[in-house]
Write a protein that binds this ligand. Structure first.
Ligand code: NAD
Length: 332
């Protein structure tokens, strides 16, 4: 099939949280975008704004990705592919480790077969979870990965994503397909839902209704949160073959905040009287659940290569999440 002059992009998992923001960003740039999503954790309504922006340039396919790639999609060609479809979220991973492992490895291998031996640039979403429980001030892309034992299912997500990375880099090495890998640290913002264990939307929902905010563990663990609108801006730039093909790059923000401070900030910004309560990990997840104390990205590579800097402060992200939640009448 011939490609029109308008760049045509495929976004797998494009009805998800990060995917739907990426779709809008691509449409804003004049692209035509195909979204394939099985809506397992995504929602078609996440694409409402995109549809409104460019109804003729957005195509939504409700399907399992590998089914579509093997069937109706097999003959299609794209200018770029963004692979975001995955089983995501600590809660989902703990509750359905089989689904997590199978989805992440199977879908990625289907996408790799789809682009193999082609010149189509592919951006694959990975995660800071692959750093596992290593202890460092900052995690850089070439650092060793330290995963927990296979008897702790929490690590199955990290391990499946690490296999995805190996597979993507093997395709780059063996067939020259220009593949880049984005290791996202905690990404937050509008459309993120609390259903699968994401911390910020959960805190915002509780704060808005003045319900107790549950902090898992003692709350001294810290994370770095980056607004999704900052994250999606850099993803098309990561398709630059010369600068990024065959590379892994951390994507995020490098200012850590403890989960206790995050809960307090949410209460402050939303003027909430929610009480902050601590819940042991064993109670929140499962006996023996392992968490990490601190996870800060080394952003040296993405800064020097693509001049990436996040710009949206956490307070604005909290306000925007709250506004969206209130507009939806409390239901996300
Ligand atoms: P999300 O759950 O909102 O998005 C994932 C999307 O993939 C969903 O829309 C889901 O329905 C879809 N999907 C899952 N299995 C599918 C299948 N078999 N066929 C078609 N579609 C399928 O999560 P997200 O936060 O937007 O995550 C997007 C990507 O970013 C994922 O690869 C995830 O691992 C990665 N990531 C996210 C974060 C974060 O903080 N949100 C952090 C690290 C990595």
């Amino acid at each position: 099939m011939s490609i029109s002059k308008t760049p045509q992009d495929l976004v797998t998992g494009g009805a998800g949280f990060i995917g739907s923001h990426l779709v809008e960003h691509l449409l804003q740039g004049g692209h035509e975008v195909w979204v394939v999503d099985d809506l397992s954790t995504g929602r078609e309504s996440n694409l409402d704004q995109a549809r409104h922006m460019a109804p003729d340039r957005l195509h939504f396919v409700h399907s399992d990705l590998s089914d579509w790639l093997d069937g109706a999609g097999a003959k299609r060609t794209f200018n770029s592919v963004y692979h975001l479809a995955a089983a995501v979220g600590v809660k989902l991973v703990v509750e359905d480790p089989i689904g997590t492992i199978e989805t992440n490895i199977h879908q990625t291998s289907a996408v790799m077969r789809f682009v193999q031996n082609s010149a189509t640039p592919l951006l694959m979403a990975s995660t800071s979870e692959v750093y596992g429980k290593g202890v460092r001030d900052r995690f850089a892309e070439t650092d060793d990965l330290l995963l927990g034992p296979t008897t702790r299912s929490r690590w199955s997500y990290a391990c499946s994503k690490a296999i995805d990375e190996y597979l993507a880099l093997a395709h780059y090495q063996q067939s020259g397909t220009p593949i880049s890998i984005a290791r996202f640290f905690n990404t937050v913002g509008p459309r993120q839902v609390s259903d699968y264990g994401m911390v910020l939307p959960r805190f915002v929902e509780c704060a808005l209704s003045n319900q107790p905010i549950q902090v898992f563990g003692d709350g001294t663990q810290s994370r770095c949160f980056c607004d999704v609108r900052d994250v999606v801006e850099v993803l098309p730039r990561m398709l630059d073959r010369d600068k990024c093909a065959g590379r892994v790059m951390n994507v995020g923000n490098d200012t850590p905040i403890t989960i206790n401070d995050l809960a307090a900030t949410v209460c402050d910004v939303l003027n909430s009287s929610s009480e902050i309560v601590h819940v042991p990990y064993e109670q929140a997840y499962s006996p023996g659940f392992e968490d990490l104390k601190c996870r800060v990205p080394d952003l040296g590579l993405i800064r020097s290569t693509l001049q990436f800097e996040s710009t949206i402060p956490l307070e604005r992200t909290i306000q925007d999440l709250a506004l969206e939640y209130s507009r939806a009448g409390g239901a996300t």
